[in-house]
Design a protein around this ligand. Structure first.
Ligand code: UD1
Ligand code: CA
Length: 498
């Protein structure tokens, strides 16, 4: 018979709380944006940390905010509405931040994961194995450690002759012998709430920075004789922090390599990993092909057999089976099965291309549905429109959707032929099977099957060049072609009024 859970106690297998320390200034970023909001791979640093800890299914997720707190709180409301911001008014150190978080949930019991907000490469497996190590050792505190080549700036893990962890010493407070240690504090800890509270309550500020160091909790618990431990991360790369823009670029590169490795292992062809950037939130199916210079962002998905690139950016876009997008910039669009886009096109939000359709070169689209097998092959603007199936929009057509105040919709039916250089002045409908004449300005509906012609008739002023441009190469060419420079009476009248 199991006892009822104590208030605030962790569910079986779960964890009581995740506490993300994110109140620090991040001075070294030299940014007006709080450090934890800087983004890489499609998420903020804070977002990555929350994603890595989410599988622990904590009862509480607390984020300690301070520097730039309004921006961090707003971001949290968007990406992690279940997380609770806890304000640390003055940034008196990582230990003080942890104490403020625990004070916000006074009845909290059980295991608490504490993690720095600037560890964007952290993976769920790393966090889970730390919690497992903590539980199987029966510790009150376990710190994630990493063996690194260059430990500069990081807290060193001091072990005794038996290999037991005794203390964490910050670089600036370390002796030369301690500085030679290459095992460092990763900034991820799991501890029992009661022990943490006790130790955090007796933290001093007797260090080089005059701050309350979370890292000192470990030494305090060792002094109590409590069981503490250090669990080395399987891959030291996972725990790298991010304190300035150079580190941000390096972490972004690492994260991207990780994403591309996963994709390639899953059967995606990545022609040039060095110039291909894929957010962690993107999905790409096996046998899709990414050419060099491709950026896939947000909720983008690419289906099997699709080809993207070279030099293409897709944001929040769905590319379906066998489609291709070449040298184009695409936002919030759907490129249907076997549809083709580009080269050099700009697809804006709301573009929906049905199966087998085509948006060719130098075309801009926005809020438009292009039906099955319909084509907009060259040099056009298509905004706020519905195009049926099997239709063709001639080169240099403009869907004139804006009257200076409001946007209007254009309907083009099935099997329509829009002549080149047509202006379709919305709101307007071109019926099924209709045509428009090249160069027309269509301002009223064209009924099904009709030809809409809306342009002046052509007239030729005979002999004009020889009379008006005598002696030019054009005049000589005209003469050689047999033009005597003669004119009709109508031409003379027209010319006189010009
Ligand atoms: C910290 C650790 C160090 C470890 C390293 C790993 C301490 C004292 N040192 O150093 O042992 O090797 O991380 O990357 O913790 N924060 C607050 N409030 C504060 C101060 C800090 O919330 O008053 C937060 C920061 O936003 C940050 C985290 O605590 O996410 C750590 O602070 P930071 O200044 O980045 O510590 P490091 O010098 O990197
Ligand atoms: Ca840091």
């Amino acid at each position: 018979m199991s006892e009822p859970l104590l208030p605030g106690a962790a569910p079986e297998g779960g964890i009581a709380a995740v506490v993300v320390l994110a109140a620090g200034q991040g001075t070294r970023m030299r940014s007006s944006t709080p450090k934890v909001l800087h983004a890489l791979g499609g998420r903020s640093m804070l977002g990555h940390v929350l994603a890595a800890t989410a599988p622990l299914a904590p009862r509480h997720t607390l984020v300690v905010v301070g520097a730039g707190r309004e921006a961090v709180e707003e971001h949290l409301a968007q990406v992690a509405p279940d997380a609770r911001p806890v304000v640390q008014e003055d940034q008196r150190g990582s230990g003080h931040a942890a104490a403020v978080a625990l004070a916000a949930v006074p009845d909290l019991q059980g295991a608490v994961l504490l993690v720095n907000g600037d560890a964007p490469l952290l993976r769920p497996e790393t966090v889970t194995s730390l919690v497992d190590a903590h539980r199987s050792a029966g510790n009150v505190l376990t710190v994630l450690t990493a063996e690194v080549d260059d430990p500069t700036g990081l807290g060193r893990i001091v072990r005794d002759a038996d290999g037991a962890v005794r203390a964490i010493v910050e670089q600036r407070d370390a002796t030369p012998e301690q500085r030679a240690i290459r095992e460092v504090n990763a900034g991820v800890y799991v501890g029992e709430a009661a022990a943490l509270r006790r130790a955090l309550g007796s933290l001093g500020e007797d260090n080089d920075q005059g701050e309350q160091y979370l890292t000192d909790v470990l030494g305090l618990l060792v002094a109590e004789g409590a069981p503490v431990g250090g669990a080395p991360a399987e891959d030291p790369v996972d725990v790298l922090g991010c304190n300035d823009r150079r580190e941000l670029a390096a972490r972004r590169r690492t994260l991207n390599d990780r994403v591309l490795d996963d994709l390639m292992r899953a059967g995606v062809t990545v022609v040039d990993p060095a110039t291909t950037w894929v957010d962690v939130t993107v999905t790409v199916a096996a046998d899709a092909l990414l050419e060099p210079g491709v950026h896939l962002r947000g909720t983008t998905s690419v289906a099997t057999g699709a080809v993207v690139g070279p030099d293409t950016t897709l944001v929040d876009t769905t590319v379906e089976e066998g489609a291709s997008v070449v040298r184009s910039h695409v936002l919030d669009a759907v490129v249907g099965p076997r549809a083709t886009v580009g080269p050099f096109s700009y697809l804006r939000p709301g573009t929906r291309l049905a199966a087998g359709s085509k948006v060719g070169a130098f075309v801009e689209t926005k809020n438009v549905q292009v039906g099955e097998d319909s084509k907009v092959p060259h040099l056009s603007y298509v905004g706020d429109a519905t195009i049926g199936r099997g239709s063709n929009v001639g080169a240099a057509t403009v869907f004139v959707n804006y009257d200076g105040v409001e946007k209007h919709h254009t309907r083009v039916g099935d099997h329509v032929r829009i002549g080149s250089d047509t202006m379709l002045v919305a709101p307007v409908t071109v019926g099924d099977g209709a045509y428009t004449a090249a160069g027309s300005v269509i301002t009223t509906d064209v009924p099904p099957g009709a030809m809409g012609v809306a342009r002046a008739r052509q007239r030729n002023v005979a002999g004009w060049v020889r009379r008006r441009r005598p002696g030019t190469a054009a005049a000589q060419a005209a003469e050689a072609a047999g033009d005597a420079g003669a004119e009709t009476a109508a031409d003379t009248r027209a010319e006189a009024s010009e």
